[in-house]
Design a protein around this ligand. Structure first.
Ligand code: CTP
Length: 141
């Protein structure tokens, strides 16, 4: 099964590792594909540029043993073609997306998922760590 997941992965941490490990387990012999938000995407979505550039974040993700491929997730672009290109069987994201309308952001809806036989899976965050919290810790010393 091919798993498609996405995010900014700005400051890579154990929460990301656990999500990707879970994706790997679900994938079995299939692939784990990460749609990585571009710098422009993050600048618009979060109001400022990421600490690490797209190419730095991509390099870290590609070094993770759970990840097979990293593709760009551009601001304002329809994600459906890249999800189909990835031959995704399942889209996996953290449960923090439950109240942020992931479908709308990615330009698909449940009819499109059903038509293409793609499951959408929300996984619990197993740790309270986040890029935002790491930035606060660094800032406060
Ligand atoms: N994620 C997770 N567990 C965490 C942190 C993130 O499972 N503790 C998941 C998110 O739900 C998302 C993916 O990792 O599916 C990428 O999340 P991202 O937003 O890049 O990471 P955060 O650390 O949450 O970044 P920020 O604080 O900037 O929102």
């Amino acid at each position: 099964m091919n798993i498609y997941t996405g995010g900014s992965f700005n400051l890579f941490h154990e929460g990301h590792v656990e999500l990707l490990e879970y994706c790997r387990k679900l994938a079995g012999d299939g692939q784990v594909i990460v749609a990585l938000n571009t710098d422009d995407f993050i600048a618009r979505f979060k109001g400022k540029a990421p600490t690490m550039t797209y190419s730095q974040r991509r390099a870290v993700l590609l070094s993770c043993k759970y990840v097979d491929n990293v593709i760009p997730n551009y601001d304002g672009e329809d994600s459906k073609p890249s999800i189909l290109d990835a031959k995704a069987d399942m889209i996996v994201i953290g449960m923090d997306w439950l109240d942020k309308d992931y479908c709308k952001q990615m330009s698909f809806n449940s009819e499109w998922l059903n038509k293409n036989k793609i499951a959408l899976c929300y996984v619990p965050r197993t740790t309270g760590t986040s890029t935002t919290k790491i930035k606060e810790i660094v800032k406060n010393g």
